[in-house]
Design a protein around this ligand. Structure first.
Ligand SMILES: NC(=O)c1ccc[n+]([C@@H]2O[C@H](COP(=O)([O-])OP(=O)(O)OC[C@H]3O[C@@H](n4cnc5c(N)ncnc54)[C@H](O)[C@@H]3O)[C@@H](O)[C@H]2O)c1
Length: 365
């Protein structure tokens, strides 16, 4: 874990124990997304008051049934103002481009949405006297060109050299938060591994979700990179629980720190084999494994010790339960079309950018 708050706290002579005002009102940006639509429900269940800022790129369906229980501000995070922070005790910042390909589509736009808007939101949060700010970064920042043949297990303190536009803009946001950290503003950065599990805003491009869909609908899994690649992963339900703990734990445990948020580093072949076995055991589906040797894809392992210790991490459920929930969903809804572009960020954004709303979003009108 990287602790960038400590030095400043000591310099200022302010003791972190003064920081633990109980959080009641939470602002979630991107609250209608894959993670956000689950997080918002869990926060409501736990009695928090929730304000969401989201420009609803995937529509309001993921949060439609809880809309009357939250305060929804349909806005672009680039346009956030001080008034949006009024009465808020903690910010969970999820909004932004969430995939590599779509971040690559218009890099200048990605810089504005992923980095400049994050920096601006953080400044306004700090000006509002709010200390807690949890930022959704990613383990994708560890994917670099020409990694050593013996793949390192990256720690939060390691030097990193992200190469994709997505990774670079996320790392720049982390650095902006780091520079702003002091006794009055103590952000927590979550470098999340790839998530999996069912969500009201389903994403089938995520690795395990994609395997779940292909095992069920195609009875075949395509394993890129010859099967010899690694990815850190975590159940979306566990990630949501961690976000909530990040606003509940004493701030000196989480404030001004970066955590690799993952359950396990999975070898892609190992997880494909697991999906194959569970599909046979629970659905009597015979799944074929097709190895694709040539595709260059993200490949990294991360150290999760600080996250697991600080958050007393225990997975809520098994991979078998996650897969069965997705398969039950597919079985119970005969109209469920897994090829609908809305389930794939890249495809959806590419279409969205061509619409009048999308052109306006790109500030090209
Ligand atoms: N899902 C993962 O596996 C994963 C892994 C690591 C990090 N993350 C990060 O977590 C965050 C949330 O991911 P997700 O999977 O829920 O993504 P998502 O794409 O499902 O949701 C993003 C949400 O943000 C909103 N949004 C996008 N741009 C906006 C803007 N300019 N103004 C206002 N709202 C905007 C969208 O409408 C959407 O509701 C992202 O920042 C992503 O980079 C996700």
């Amino acid at each position: 874990m990287m602790n960038f708050a400590k030095k400043l706290i000591h310099q200022n002579g302010i003791h972190p124990m003064n920081n633990n005002k109980k959080v009641k009102n939470v602002l979630v940006t991107g609250g209608s997304g894959y993670i956000g639509s689950i997080l918002v429900r869990k926060l409501l269940e736990k009695g928090y008051k929730v304000r969401v800022i989201d420009n609803l790129i995937f529509g309001d369906e993921p949060i439609r049934d809880v809309k009357d229980k939250i305060e929804l501000i349909v806005a672009d995070i680039r346009d956030v103002q001080l008034s949006h922070l009024e009465g808020i005790d903690a910010v969970i910042h999820l909004a932004g481009f969430s995939t590599d390909p779509i971040s690559q589509y218009d890099p200048r736009l990605t810089v504005m949405v992923n980095t400049i808007a994050t920096e601006n939101l953080a400044k306004i949060t700090k000006e509002s006297g709010i200390k807690r700010f949890v930022y959704a970064s990613t383990c994708s920042i560890y994917f670099t060109l020409n990694p050593p043949s013996e793949l390192p297990i990256y720690k939060e303190t390691d030097n990193i050299n992200p190469v994709s536009c997505y990774g670079i803009t996320k790392r720049c946001s982390e650095q902006a938060l780091e520079y702003m950290t002091d006794a009055d503003f103590q952000p927590t950065v979550f470098r999340k591994g790839t998530l999996y599990g069912l969500s009201p805003r389903m994403r089938y491009e995520l690795l395990l979700n994609s395997f779940a869909k292909d095992a069920f609908f195609k009875k075949q899994l395509t394993i890129n990179g010859g099967g010899d690649i690694w990815r850190s992963m975590i159940d979306v339900q566990d990630a949501v629980a961690a976000y909530i703990k990040a606003i509940e734990l004493p701030i000196e445990k989480v404030g001004g720190k970066i955590f690799n948020v993952a359950d396990k580093n999975w070898n892609i072949m190992e997880i494909a084999q697991l999906v194959k076995n569970i599909a046979k055991e629970t659905r009597d589906i015979d799944v074929d494994l097709k190895i694709n040797p040539n595709i260059n894809t993200r490949n990294y392992k991360v150290d999760t010790t600080p996250f697991k210790e600080t958050f007393s991490f225990k997975p809520i459920r098994s991979i078998k339960e996650v897969l069965c929930e997705i398969w039950d969903h597919c079985e119970n809804d005969p109209n469920h079309d897994p090829n609908n572009p809305i389930y794939y960020g890249d495809q959806w954004y590419a279409k969205f950018f061509e619409t009048p709303k999308g052109k306006k979003f790109r500030r090209r009108l």
